[in-house]
Design a protein around this ligand. Structure first.
Ligand SMILES: C[S@@+](CC[C@H](N)C(=O)[O-])C[C@H]1O[C@@H](n2cnc3c(N)ncnc32)[C@H](O)[C@@H]1O
Length: 171
């Protein structure tokens, strides 16, 4: 069994999925965080999407028991292709998905509030290869979310190093 990287343990710890949560993971890669999320769910469900067929195949194999139990669905999809009817989600997680900071904000940012349930939380986390990027990432992502009426908290973790943004809809 693969070791789960510390960034994913940290990210899922921050996400803190509750047993009944409906969770969306964007850019699930080979499904390592998905395994941690499923372990926290009882009646809750996880939809995990990735635009890479190789990643989705690996995630399905790694989490075959949870897939068979109907606890998680892995879908080959871009975030921007999701339908609000796929939700709503109590928690949305993305780890090391660069679309949120590296490109100008597009359809992804517009869709997030439509996918999130009232009171839900968005968690975006990174372990950039160049730790010097952390201030830029946090500055850009928090600025974009605040401009779009989210309440945002960001944190940088010196080990790793990792950084993360937790956001809720304002109001
Ligand atoms: C660097 S990997 C991180 C994978 C996993 N979250 C982890 O931390 O191990 C980024 C993943 O996000 C996926 N991805 C990037 N942009 C995406 C998007 N807009 N929609 C869906 N998946 C995306 C990529 O295919 C890739 O599998």
């Amino acid at each position: 069994m693969s070791m789960v990287p510390q960034r994913l343990v940290w990210a899922v710890g921050r996400l803190a999925p509750r047993p009944g949560d409906r969770v969306l993971e964007v850019g699930c890669g080979p499904g390592l965080a998905a395994g941690l999320i499923c372990a926290a769910l009882t009646e809750g469900r996880l939809l995990a999407v990735d635009r890479s067929a190789i990643a989705v195949g690996a995630a399905r194999r790694r989490n075959a028991a949870a897939v068979a139990a109907g606890q998680v669905t892995f879908r080959l999809a871009e975030l921007a292709a999701l339908d609000p009817a796929d939700g709503p989600f109590d928690r949305i997680l993305a780890v090391d998905v660069n679309v949120f900071w590296a490109r100008p904000p597009g359809a992804e940012y517009a869709l997030l509030p439509r996918l999130l349930a009232p009171g839900g939380e968005l968690h975006l986390c990174w372990q950039p290869p160049d730790a010097g990027r952390i201030p830029l990432i946090l500055d850009r992502v928090t600025g974009r979310l605040r401009d779009d009426d989210w309440t945002v908290q960001s944190t940088a973790h010196p080990e790793g190093p990792f950084c993360a943004v937790r956001a809720r809809r304002a109001g």
